[in-house]
Design a protein around this ligand. Structure first.
Ligand code: F3S
Length: 282
């Protein structure tokens, strides 16, 4: 059996960096908290909890002094950062550099007189954070209907950015509508290609494999999407959460097996599955 593991399986660069930063901080003397769960993976959060890392939902929940507070990869708005700076805590900023770049763009463009449009989901923490770096004139657009209703006046200088995980096709549709609204428009495509790369690679491997294993959380929508992409290319695609869900008997007759994993699947689970399946590799 030949086993191919997707290079882009699991954590993207920004999440990997943030999780590593938390583990590094956990080694130190101070008590460590993340502001919100560092990642939507119960095993990782539980493992960190065992190492003494707690989760606080907001700055108001900080009751101790001299502790470390870690900002996760989604980033936070200016107000939250300033509220943190007023506390007697050590701040470790694990904001993904690609998200930080958007914070810088919106600040700079607003200073130049642009109104800001963030294409994304208004209640997503990343979008809340981006809007938190705009002093005024910031509109979130999630659907073509929102774009039609956009209230900036014609002729206004408008800078458009996107939530990093926004779907590119939907972004294009929204930009099309906004471009027809007689704004002096500046489009910054800030979509991160980590998700697309993961999906494209999964599809390619699934097409070339007899069977495919997709690892990820039951409720993870990006893993579900990966599963659908793989299933369309390879009928024998299996969705598992951990090694326990894997029935290797199903795979013994296959010559080639591919493995990929959703964005919040830790590397050790991918490795475990990989070495288990590789026992049958020739
Ligand atoms: Fe990940 Fe950063 Fe992109 S968190 S999805 S690498 S924007």
């Amino acid at each position: 059996m030949e086993v191919t593991v997707a290079k882009s399986a699991g954590f993207c660069f920004g999440v990997k960096r943030a999780v590593e930063m938390v583990y590094q901080e956990a080694e130190k003397e101070r008590k460590v908290y993340t502001l919100g769960p560092i990642i939507h993976n119960e095993q990782v959060v539980a493992d960190l909890q065992q190492k003494g890392v707690g989760v606080l939902e907001s700055v108001e929940d900080i009751k101790e002094e001299g502790i470390t507070i870690i900002i996760r990869s989604h980033g936070v708005g200016r107000e939250t950062l300033e509220a943190l700076q007023k506390k007697n805590v050590q701040i470790v900023d694990a904001t993904c550099p690609f998200v930080k770049k958007i914070h810088n763009i919106v600040q700079e463009k607003q200073q130049e007189g642009y109104g800001i449009i963030v294409v994304g989901n208004a209640s997503h923490p990343e979008v809340e954070g981006i809007c938190g770096w705009c002093k005024k004139e910031c509109i979130v657009v999630e659907t073509p209907q929102d774009a039609v209703k956009c209230t900036f006046p014609p002729g206004k200088k408008v800078c458009v950015v996107a939530q990093t995980t926004f779907n590119y096709k939907k972004f294009e549709d929204i930009v099309d509508i906004l471009s027809k609204k007689s704004y002096d428009i500046l489009i910054m495509n800030t979509i991160c290609n980590a998700t697309e790369e993961r999906q494209t690679e999964a599809g390619t491997i699934a097409r070339l494999s007899d069977a495919m294993i997709v690892i990820g959380g039951k409720h993870s929508s990006n893993t579900q999407k990966l599963y659908e992409i793989c299933k369309a290319e390879c009928l024998d695609t299996h969705f598992i959460q951990t090694l326990d869900d894997l029935d290797l008997n199903l795979f013994q007759s296959f010559r080639s097996v591919g493995i990929t994993a959703g964005a919040s699947t830790p590397n050790n689970i991918i490795k475990e599955v990989q070495s288990y399946v590789r026992k049958y590799e020739q």
